[in-house]
Design a protein around this ligand. Structure first.
Ligand code: HEC
Length: 147
């Protein structure tokens, strides 16, 4: 819950900075890195609750946020953002967009399932869903993100 509440103002502040840096519009590299960083926070929160065997119901909120984010991921790598700043995006994102989108979709599906199971208070399912979600993070980073 806390992670989700923190998300909105942080996101707006980041966009504000990105706009100031590039008056022509959004900065896709800064935007995707900010989104991934926030998602990293949401996922860390989910994992900490699962590990502590806490109440899984509130995890519906960050799981839904990750699902929404997953839907946006493929739009945040436009041509021209292959290099620059400190991006860790690998060229394979642009040479194999289908493979990249497939993992983003798997992230959406895994987080949707987690949200549903969390809402139902199904602790064991949420445990398995969290592992499945984590697998998608790892799969994409291994193939499409520089170390
Ligand atoms: C479809 C591919 C994909 C998926 C799925 C994915 N990531 Fe990433 N992630 C990336 C790429 C590519 C970058 C590097 C972006 C850049 O530097 O431009 C990144 C960057 C990051 C960063 C660094 C952000 C920063 O501060 O620069 C974090 C943290 C992160 N991901 C966490 C996660 C977590 C946690 C998950 C799963 C819940 C996840 N990612 C799922 C592709 C993915």
């Amino acid at each position: 819950m806390l992670a989700a509440l923190m998300m909105a103002p942080l996101m707006m502040a980041t966009l504000g900075v990105a706009r100031a840096d590039s008056p022509g519009g959004l900065d896709p590299i800064a935007l995707r890195q900010a989104g991934y960083a926030l998602q990293g926070g949401d996922f860390a929160y989910i994992r900490s609750v699962v590990k502590a065997k806490g109440d899984v119901k509130p995890l519906e909120v960050p799981a839904k946020a990750i699902s929404k984010w997953g839907r946006v991921i493929p739009t945040l790598f436009p041509k021209g953002s292959e290099t620059g700043e400190n991006t860790k995006a690998l060229p394979k994102i642009w040479s194999d967009p289908e493979g990249f989108q497939k993992i983003a979709l798997a992230l959406v599906q895994a987080s949707d399932k987690l949200a549903t199971d969390a809402k139902a208070g199904a602790t064991d399912m949420v445990d398995a869903d969290t592992k499945e979600l984590g697998k998608q993070c790892g799969a994409c980073h291994k193939a499409y993100r520089a170390k």
